[in-house]
Design a protein around this ligand. Sequence first.
Ligand SMILES: C[S@@+](CC[C@H](N)C(=O)[O-])C[C@H]1O[C@@H](n2cnc3c(N)ncnc32)[C@H](O)[C@@H]1O
Length: 305
Amino acid sequence: MEELKTPHIPVLLKETVDLYKDIKDGYFVDCTLGFGGHSEAILEKYPHIKLIGIDQDKEAMEFAKKRLSKYSNRVEFINKRASEALKELKGLPISGILADIGVSSYQLDNPERGFTFDSDILDMRMNPSQDFSARDVVNFYDRQSLEEILKKYAEERRYKKIADFIVKNRPINSNRELSEILMKAGLRDKKQLAPVFQAIRIEVNNELKELENILDEAEKISQEGSILGIITFHSLEDRIVKNRFKEWSKKCICPPEAIRCECGGNHQKGVILTKKPITASKEEIAKNPRSRSAKLRGFMFKGNR
Ligand SMILES: C[S@@+](CC[C@H](N)C(=O)[O-])C[C@H]1O[C@@H](n2cnc3c(N)ncnc32)[C@H](O)[C@@H]1O
């Protein structure tokens, strides 16, 4: 078979595969198939499972289809947003779910996808068939909405000044122009530009809400022993996963002011498999600097919830 050169190196690969060491028979759902790196390793390590690969990016999915062709009798593909695709899987025996949230290196590095600082377009859509893009956020959001996303998603203290520069320099037609305007607003280098670009990207792809939705749907389709793994790349996402796993692991859901437990104390939905998030080793970071911010958390569901 022709050798495929992958445009994306999967992060925490061994750690992710190991998270599923007790996986039962059934379907493994890769919510963010990307270029199929994690899926390939999972299919190889656990020959008793079948896999459903989901991605909203058709281009990535075509690559993954080729890569996984030798497992074609064990793999199905869904080209949709993960939260929507998961709804279709109710009733199937789901033994594992993985979401490696965020943008692939291919999407990030390819100027035609409009994520790079010097791209000639302003886009940032993970799903190129979506109408709403960075062009809408940058050119049509009112000042207050821009300030909000910069404050919330970039955790940028100069959010008012940056929003002001964006609004006053409209129309903005490319990432290159946006970068120049941000530099005029006082940002010095790519390191300072990155959080602002990240904030716009999060807004374009509705990433935090989508993560919440994936967690909601994953809970609904999980059964006794289903293992859920989530890899995140920034603190806002990790906080969502950490809090949700904590909430799911609670036996008692009485309000904090309750003097004694009246809920029955049997509300635990499962157990947290990773007391602390798993992060990349020095060796992995040296080989793949993007793994630096990756955090993997795992949860195992119990039945009769
Ligand atoms: C970090 S990459 C995944 C890489 C993959 N694990 C691999 O080994 O190649 C993220 C991929 O998930 C997709 N993606 C991110 N969020 C998604 C969502 N909510 N629904 C569907 N696909 C999503 C992106 O389009 C991208 O291709």
